[in-house]
Design a protein around this ligand. Structure first.
Ligand SMILES: Nc1ncnc2c1ncn2[C@@H]1O[C@H](COP(=O)(O)OP(=O)(O)O)[C@@H](O)[C@H]1O
Ligand SMILES: [Mg+2]
Length: 254
C-alpha cells in the first residue's frame, strides 16, 4: 500500500511581494523518487525553499502536508526535526563550526541522543571516503573554502549522516565533473536504499539520476507545474529541451 509522505496543495508563493509560484500541487509517496525539471528561473528552488520553510518565501495560499501533518506554518527547525532535508543549490559557508560538529549536533538534535565521538567520527570518515573526500574535511569549518564540487559533496555527506525521511536535492550535481556526479548519484542511491528514503530531486542536468530509478517527473515553467509523467520524460527533455512547453502552452494551462 503506498503511503503519501508529502502533499503540496495549490501553493502560491511570493518573494518580496512578487508572485513566483502559482497553484503548485504535488503528491509524493514514501520511498518514491520524484524529479522536478525546468528552465532557469522557473521557480524550482523556490519550491524547495518553500517546502523547507525558509521565511523569505511567503506562502500566500495553499498548504504543505508532511507525514499527515499540516506544516505550512512550521519553522525550518521543526520541519528538519520531523525528517525533511534540503540540500542547497548554493551551500552556505559557515565559519566557526566544523563539518563534523555541525552534522553531529544535527543528528543529536534529531535523535535526542548524545553520540559517542569516536564511533560517530568513524562513520563520518567512511561517508567522506565514499564521497571521495579526505577525512580531514570533517575538521574544516563548514564549507569554508570548499570548492563548488566539495560543497555539493558536503551536502550529500549531511544527507547520508542525517538520514532524513524526505530529501529535497536542489541541483546537487551542478558543477560536478563526470566522476564526481557518479559518486554523488551512487551516494544518494545508498541513502535511499538503506533508509527507504524519499527523494525530490530538482535538476536541469540528469547525471545525478544515473544510479536512481525515477518514479515521476514534473516539469516546472513560469512557477507552474505544467506537466507530469513517468521517467521517459527525462529523455524527451534531454532531446527536445523545454521548447514544447512554450509560454503559450503555459498560459493556456493557467
Ligand atoms: N531571493 C530572491 N529575491 C528575489 N527574487 C528571487 C529570489 N529568489 C528567486 N527569485 C526569483 O524567483 C524566480 C524563480 O527563481 P528560482 O526558484 O531560483 O528558479 P529556478 O530554481 O527554477 O532556477 C526567478 O525569477 C528569480 O529571479
Ligand atoms: Mg534553482
Amino acid at each position: 500500500m503506498s503511503e503519501e509522505i508529502l502533499k503540496v496543495e495549490d501553493l502560491n508563493v511570493n518573494i518580496e511581494e512578487k508572485s513566483i509560484l502559482h497553484n503548485v500541487s504535488l503528491s509524493i509517496n514514501k520511498g518514491e523518487t520524484h524529479v522536478i525539471m525546468g528552465p532557469n528561473g522557473a521557480g524550482k528552488s523556490t519550491l524547495g525553499h518553500s517546502i523547507m520553510g525558509n521565511p523569505k518565501f511567503e506562502i500566500i495560499s495553499g498548504k504543505i502536508v508532511f507525514k499527515g501533518e499540516n506544516i505550512t506554518e512550521e519553522s525550518v527547525d521543526k520541519r528538519a526535526l520531523s525528517g525533511l532535508y534540503l540540500s542547497f543549490q548554493n551551500p552556505l559557508e559557515v565559519p566557526g563550526i566544523s563539518l563534523s560538529n555541525f552534522i553531529k549536533l544535527a543528528v543529536e538534535q534529531k535523535t535526542g541522543e548524545r553520540l559517542k565521538l569516536l564511533s560517530f567520527r568513524k562513520g563520518m570518515d567512511k561517508t567522506l571516503n565514499a564521497l571521495g573526500m579526505d577525512a580531514s574535511y570533517a575538521n574544516r569549518d563548514l564549507n569554508v573554502g570548499f570548492s563548488g564540487g566539495e560543497k555539493k559533496k558536503s551536502e550529500i555527506c549531511q544527507l547520508m549522516e542525517l538520514k532524513p525521511e524526505l530529501a529535497i536535492l536542489d541541483e546537487a550535481d551542478s558543477g560536478l565533473d563526470v566522476d564526481a556526479s557518479r559518486i554523488v548519484s551512487d551516494a544518494v542511491r545508498e541513502y535511499k536504499d538503506k533508509n527507504n528514503g524519499t527523494l525530490l530531486i530538482i535538476t536541469h542536468s540528469t547525471r545525478i539520476l544515473q544510479s536512481l530509478e525515477v518514479d515521476k517527473v514534473h516539469i516546472m515553467v513560469g512557477g507552474r507545474i505544467v506537466d507530469s509523467g513517468d521517467a521517459s520524460m527525462i529523455e524527451k527533455i534531454n532531446n527536445e529541451g523545454f521548447e514544447s512547453y512554450t509560454s503559450e502552452t503555459v498560459e493556456g494551462k493557467a
